[in-house]
Design a protein around this ligand. Structure first.
Ligand SMILES: *Cc1c(COP(=O)(O)O)cnc(C)c1O
Length: 338
C-alpha cells in the first residue's frame, strides 16, 4: 500500500537512456528530492549502478546528498554560486559573469562548470557575456559547459535546431566537455548528445521517454463507504450529485498529498482490479471520494497511479505534466522502495 517506488526501474531507465547516447557519459538529475521520489535513496542507488555525475537545483540539495555519495561522485548545482552558499564538495554551474567572478574569487582551484543561454532565456550566460569572459573562463578549466533545450519534448520544434546551432557556435573549439541534452534531448538523436547527457524525468518513468518503465505506483486506503441516493450531493461545494443510487468510498489522501485539486470530478479514476472508479466531487485536503457503485465488493485499497493510469495520464486529466505529479507527491504516504 501507499507509495511504491521501484528503484530497479529507475536504474533500468537510466541504463536505457544511457544506451541511446553511447558516446556520452550519462548523469542523473536528482533535483527536487529526485522529482519527489527521495534523493537519499535514488542517488546512492544510481551511484552503485555506476553513475558518477549528478545534478541538483540548489546547493542545499547538493549538501543533503554529498555525505551519501563517495568523493568521486560529482554533484553539480544548476543555480550556480549564489552569494553566501557553502559549496564544499559541490560543483556550481555558473550562470553569469557575476557568478563566475564570485566563484573564482571565493573558490579558486575548485571545480566549476559554465551554463550558456542558447535561447531559452532562463539560466546561463548570453553570447556577448560569454565572449567577454570566454578566454579567462576556459583558462580556469571548467569541468564542462552546458546549455538547456526549451522544446526538446517536441522533436519538430524549430527551437531545437536553433539552440543546437547556437550552442555549437558558442562552444566549438573550447576543448572542454559539453552537455546539452536532458531526457528529451537524448531522444532527439546523436547531434544533441555531446559529452554528458542529463536525464531527469525519464529516469522516473515520465514522458517524453515513452519507453520508460513505470517507477511509481500509488495505492490509497478506503476509510469508509456509504450509500448515496440519486440526487444527493458529495463533497465540498456540492459540486457532484449522484445521478443514480450510488456507493461512495472515502479514500485517505487529498491535495495535501499531491492529488491535485484539479482532479476533482476530472475523469481520473481509482482502480479496483480492472474496474475504474471515478473520483467524484472535490478533492479535499486529506480525502477524495470515489464512485464504487460498479464494484461487487469494495477492496481495502484502490490504485490511483498504476499501469492503467500512469503519471502522464493523471497529469493530462489535471491539466499538467508528469513532472508536477511526481514532485507534488506528498510526504505523508507510507513509502516502500522496491
Ligand atoms: C531539470 C533539468 C534537467 C532534466 O530534465 P528532464 O526533462 O527531467 O530530463 C536537465 N538539465 C537542466 C538544466 C534541468 O533544469
Amino acid at each position: 500500500m501507499g507509495l511504491q517506488i521501484d528503484i530497479q526501474a529507475i536504474l533500468a531507465n537510466h541504463a536505457a537512456l544511457a544506451a541511446k547516447a553511447p558516446g556520452a557519459r550519462a548523469a542523473a538529475v536528482v533535483k527536487a528530492d529526485a522529482y519527489g521520489l527521495g534523493a537519499d535513496r535514488v542517488a546512492p542507488a544510481l551511484y552503485a549502478a555506476g553513475v558518477r555525475d549528478f545534478f541538483v537545483a540548489l546547493a542545499r540539495e547538493g549538501r543533503a546528498i554529498r555525505p551519501l555519495l563517495p568523493p568521486d561522485a560529482r554533484i553539480n548545482v544548476l543555480s550556480g554560486h549564489m552569494e553566501g552558499e557553502d559549496l564544499t564538495g559541490l560543483t556550481p554551474v555558473l550562470n553569469s559573469p557575476a557568478q563566475f567572478f564570485r566563484d573564482r574569487t571565493m573558490r579558486p582551484g575548485q571545480p566549476f562548470a559554465i551554463q550558456l543561454d542558447t535561447g531559452m532565456n532562463r539560466l546561463g550566460m548570453e553570447a556577448p557575456e560569454w565572449a567577454a569572459i570566454r578566454t579567462e573562463a576556459l583558462a580556469a578549466g571548467p569541468s564542462f559547459i552546458m546549455s538547456h533545450l526549451a522544446c526538446a519534448d517536441e522533436p519538430e520544434h524549430p527551437a531545437n535546431a536553433a539552440q543546437l546551432a547556437a550552442f555549437r557556435a558558442m562552444t566549438d573549439g573550447c576543448g572542454v566537455p559539453r552537455s546539452l541534452a536532458a531526457t528529451g534531448g537524448i531522444l532527439l538523436g546523436p547531434d544533441y548528445h555531446f559529452d554528458l547527457v542529463r536525464p531527469g524525468v525519464g529516469l522516473y518513468g515520465g514522458m517524453p521517454f515513452a519507453d520508460a518503465r513505470p517507477v511509481v505506483s500509488l495505492s490509497l486506503r478506503v476509510i469508509q463507504t456509504r450509500d448515496v441516493r440519486a440526487g444527493e450531493m458529495v463533497g465540498y461545494g456540492a459540486t457532484w450529485h449522484a445521478e443514480r443510487d450510488s456507493r461512495i468510498a472515502t479514500v485517505d489522501a487529498g491535495y495535501a498529498d499531491g492529488i491535485l485539486r484539479a482532479l476533482s470530478s476530472s475523469g481520473a479514476v481509482l482502480y479496483a482490479g480492472d474496474v475504474a472508479c471515478p473520483i467524484v466531487g472535490r478533492v479535499s485536503m486529506d480525502l477524495i471520494t470515489v464512485d464504487v457503485t460498479d464494484l461487487a465488493t469494495v477492496p481495502d485499497l484502490l490504485h490511483l497511479i498504476c499501469p492503467q493510469q500512469p503519471i502522464d495520464r493523471l497529469a493530462d486529466l489535471a491539466g499538467t505534466i508528469g513532472y508536477e505529479i511526481l514532485t507534488s507527491l506528498g510526504l505523508r504516504y507510507q513509502r516502500t522502495y522496491l
